[in-house]
Ligand binder design. Sequence first.
Ligand code: PMP
Length: 308
Amino acid sequence: MSTSVLFMNDQFIPREHGSISVDTHSFIFGTACLEGIRGYWNEKAQQIYLFRVQEHFERLMYSCKVLHMTLPYTIDDLMAITVELVKKNNLKEDIYVYVIVYKSKQSLNIQLHEIPNGLIINTMPMADYINTTGLQCGVSSWRRIDDNTIPARAKISGGYVNSAIARSEALQNGFDEAILLNNEGHVAEGSAENIFLIFKGELVTPSITENILPGITRDTLIKIASQELGYSTIQRQVDRTELYTADEIFLCGTAAQIAPVVSVDRRIVGNGQIGPIVKKLREVYSTIVRGNHSSYREKWCTPIYASS
Ligand code: PMP
């Protein structure tokens, strides 16, 4: 790990001092929530742009609310700390920032209220997270966690056991990624990605009430598909067999970016190649996230370094 500084307990500290006790509540019970934010290096501008950092912190606040957590920071404070952290690490490449709010007390009381919270912000270099040349996916035998069990709408650490159990099953069965159905048997999402299907030039994605994480990439793509490419998106219930009949499918997320799916349960999607609409979306997405699209730069891209 090449970064040297992280933010913990209200201060920037050397990475090697960033540790928690084995008795920490969140370590034992999974009582933490998190965010993953990407920063894109723009060689020409000699700049890193954090992508939609404000929306990530807004979602973190919603997750905190679900877990009875409050922080002594505003969203603006958190954005400023994150920018400072990346600067202190002097990173000049594509990066990932992860933010964790956790029940920090050494306690075996299984409850959320009246247990203090800690905050860690950490950063590291990150290139591709997932194969982006065409995923072979399998529908998982595991169901997505329900809003009345562990809400998928919040990005809760303990909820990632659901993702991990499904992804391991998929990988061990020879697939690249799992697609999870919700308890009603409708398509929810990938292990750490939202999903889009394309039928005759129209994008379809499960609505946010289908036990999915309301992804920031999902929101970005709904907007840019319409504004930049003229494709509308329908948010609705999606049946499993639609995964077998779609013209194109892709997964998307901050880490995964846009990952085309070429087969589901050994049924070929479209003609088995990366589809034309996915290709166009990827092009415009990568232009926007790297700060090369003037209409979105100010709104969505937060620069780290002062411009020369
Ligand atoms: N669903 C899950 C379960 C995830 O973990 C992620 C990654 N954060 C996503 C969807 C995509 O969300 P985003 O685009 O905000 O990264």
